[in-house]
Every structure is written in structure tokens, then in C-alpha cells.
Design a protein around this ligand. Structure first.
Ligand SMILES: *Cc1c(COP(=O)(O)O)cnc(C)c1O
Length: 378
């Protein structure tokens, strides 16, 4: 699913140099590398502020704390996402209110958001799942009408776009993860909170450092959510590769789209005006578990993200979720399979995987490699 060792051949020297420079500097918390990483990502993604934090999960917690969300508050989240999205809401004492997804995009369904809003709804937390932006054109006006902020969980979507707008710059506040498997993976844990709201940015900075407003003056509670200097320096050394890595993911996805036509899997829809960064290339298959095993037998890794929707997780049992509450999420959990789609793959690798999928279903690859499709920006 990923070849981080091979990637090291591309950026290893720069990363090692960054690590050694940090060691020689003797400064391990704060310092220029932190600010440089923050400025680079804010500029790239189009926000005024960015704060490096300990990890992507903490980024969500910090964003919620910054918005003053806590006990008695409700936050709308998709039922089909990684645990951290709803976990962060619960950890600040608020109630995650699960919404179903749009089955074609796997992202939160705006119509269901509207249905589940109550006077206690204090925020909508969208997830740009697999690297595709949620339906922000519908969600932002809904939230604006209710007077509540939108939090973007963009952990899987660095660089994704929708109608010319960039993920992280659409909502009130956004969160990234630098977990090593993410599109901008770091060398260890890491995350970021981004916003263009001046006073929110100030508050987020204080929360990152124990709610400190001036040295040893704490007006409210925060925590230690800082990101180490060395990790920031190493991420800066990797950053120049992100654009090419994203292009490679998109090329592989376009190849899969054409090569998997007529196979037993349903490929993710291509939508005009959207730049999908394919953190995952995720198909649907009725015989998903069989396909996964078949691929494994032919040397092809694949993963199920995610096998259990969050309203059915035991840790959320007290919220009263039951099977049937979110049918599209439950169907997706039983059908999704993510195929290898990482920066070190070449066209032959993609073709090999596609051939195995056809072999599983007894179908033939109908077309051949479609260069135009592979290179076209979609
Ligand atoms: C990875 C991920 C997170 C959490 O990030 P960590 O850095 O692992 O804490 C949150 N939300 C989504 C959708 C993710 O994929």
C-alpha cells in the first residue's frame, strides 16, 4: 500500500540533513523550522494562519477547544470516517451527531446534515474522505444559515480542491495529519490546525501551550500540543516532493479508472471541478472480502477503510446508534476496498493490479492504457 523506504531514496538526504541541522542547533522545541513549516503550508493551502501540533487527532481537539465547544454541545460528523473525527468531539465532552454519507462520494450527505441540526448544534465537522472534498458548496451555506462554524478534517486531503477552492481554506478551521501514511507524511506523529480567523488563531496558539496568554499566566485550559522542531524540519525537507507525489497518485487513479471498466468493482466517480488527491483509491465490490484475499494471494496489498461505521462502535454505544441508522455508511463499510495508489508506483504496477481484479471476476480488461485520461487534470 505504501513504500516509504523507496521514497527515502528521493528525499532521504534532505531529511537527514534537516535532522542533523536540528541536532547541531540545540533547539528541539520551537525555533525557525516550526514557523517556516507553518508559513509554507498556510501559503500553499491559502489560509492566513497555520499551527503545527502534536498529531492530527490533537489538531481536531485543539480546533474544537478553540471554538469553545464542550459539554452539552452537539457536533455533526459523518458516520463513515476514521475514529479520530468523532473521538475528538467526544473527548472535549461534546456529543457527536452522526450523519450518513452520499454513497457516490463516501462523504457526508448535506441533506442529512440539515435533518440532524438542532438548537444545540455548535459545529459541522466534515471529512474530505480518501482525498476528495466534501460537498462544501452545499454545506457552507447550511452552516452559515445556522450561524455555526465548519471544521474541515482534511487529514486525508492535503492539496485537494473544489471549484478552485482548496481544502483547509473553505471552512472556519481545518486540520491536517502528518501521520507517516498520509499524503504529506512526516517522520513520526504530527498535525496542523489552519484558519484565516485572526482571533481564533490567537486562541489556538494559546491552547497549544497550556492556555498561556503571557508567560505563566493561564486564563483558560489548553494543553501541550506542540510539534517538535526536528519533525518540522524534516517535513520541510519533504515538502518539495508533495506536488509530484500527488500527480503520481492522480495518474494511477486515472489509469485504474480506465483499466477497471467492465470489472467486478465500481470505481470512484470523477467529478468536474474537483481535484481529488487520492489518499486512497477506493472501489466497491459486493464480494469485497474474497477479492481482498484473492489479491493478497497474488502479491497485491489492499485495505478496508473502514469496516465499522462509527455509530456502531462500542465506545459510542451510549449514543444509542443501531444498525439501519445510516444505511449508506453501513453498505460502504461492507463493500469498500482501497487498492494500492502511492507515489512510488509506476504504470506497470497499476496495470498488474487491474489485471488481477479482472482475473478475480473472470473479466477482461476492455480498453488499453488511456494516456489522455491518465494525464488529463480532472
Ligand atoms: C489520520 C486521520 C486523523 C488523525 O490523524 P493522526 O495524526 O493519526 O492523529 C483524523 N481524521 C482522519 C480522517 C484521518 O484519516
Amino acid at each position: 500500500m505504501l513504500d516509504l523506504k523507496a521514497e527515502m531514496g528521493l528525499y532521504g538526504d534532505a531529511v537527514r540533513r534537516a535532522a542533523l541541522d536540528t541536532l547541531d542547533s540545540g533547539q528541539f522545541i520551537g525555533g525557525p523550522a516550526v514557523g517556516e513549516l507553518e508559513a509554507a503550508l498556510a501559503a500553499r493551502l491559502g489560509t492566513r494562519h497555520a499551527l503545527a501540533v502534536s498529531n492530527g487527532t490533537d489538531a481536531l481537539v485543539v480546533a474544537l477547544m478553540g471554538l469553545g465547544i464542550g459539554y452539552g454541545d452537539e457536533v455533526i460528523v459523518p458516520a463513515f470516517t476514521f475514529m479520530a473525527t468523532a473521538g475528538a468531539v467526544a473527548r472535549v465532552g461534546a456529543r457527536p451527531v452522526f450523519c450518513d454519507i452520499d454513497p457516490s462520494t463516501f462523504n457526508i450527505d448535506p441533506a442529512d446534515i440539515r435533518r440532524r441540526m438542532t438548537p444545540r448544534t455548535r459545529a459541522v465537522m466534515v471529512v474530505h474522505l480518501y482525498g476528495r472534498c466534501a460537498a462544501m458548496d452545499d454545506i457552507l451555506p447550511l452552516a452559515a444559515a445556522a450561524g455555526i462554524p465548519v471544521i474541515e478534517d482534511a487529514a486525508q486531503a492535503v492539496g485537494a480542491k473544489l471549484n478552485g477552492r482548496t481544502a483547509c481554506a473553505m471552512g472556519t478551521v481545518a486540520c491536517l495529519s502528518f501521520y507517516p501514511t498520509k499524503n504529506l507524511g512526516g517522520l513520526g506523529e504530527g498535525g496542523m490546525v489552519l484558519t484565516s480567523d485572526e482571533s481564533l488563531a490567537t486562541r489556538l496558539r494559546q491552547i497549544r501551550n497550556h492556555g498561556e496568554t503571557q508567560r505563566y499566566h493561564h486564563e483558560f485550559l489548553g494543553g501541550n500540543f506542540r510539534l517538535d522542531t526536528m519533525k518540522c524540519a524534516m517535513l520541510l525537507a519533504k515538502l518539495p516532493h508533495l506536488a509530484a507525489f500527488t500527480e503520481r497518485r492522480r495518474r494511477s487513479a486515472a489509469l485504474y479508472d480506465s483499466l477497471l471498466a467492465g470489472s467486478v468493482v465500481t470505481t470512484p466517480p470523477v467529478m468536474s471541478g474537483a481535484l481529488h488527491v487520492y489518499h486512497q483509491y477506493t472501489v466497491r465490490c459486493d464480494r469485497r472480502d474474497e477479492l481482498k484475499e484473492f489479491l493478497a494471494g497474488r502479491g497485491v496489498g489492499s485495505m478496508v477503510y473502514y469496516p465499522i461505521p462509527l455509530h456502531l462502535q462500542r465506545c459510542f454505544a451510549s449514543l444509542g446508534g443501531k444498525p439501519g441508522d445510516h444505511p449508506a455508511s453501513e453498505a460502504a463499510a461492507g463493500q469498500v476496498l482501497s487498492l494500492p495508489c502511492h507515489p512510488m508506483m509506476n504504470d506497470e504496477d497499476v496495470e498488474y493490479v487491474a489485471r488481477q481484479v479482472h482475473a478475480f471476476g473472470g473479466t477482461q480488461p476492455s480498453g488499453h492504457r488511456n494516456e489522455a485520461a491518465a494525464t488529463a487534470l480532472r
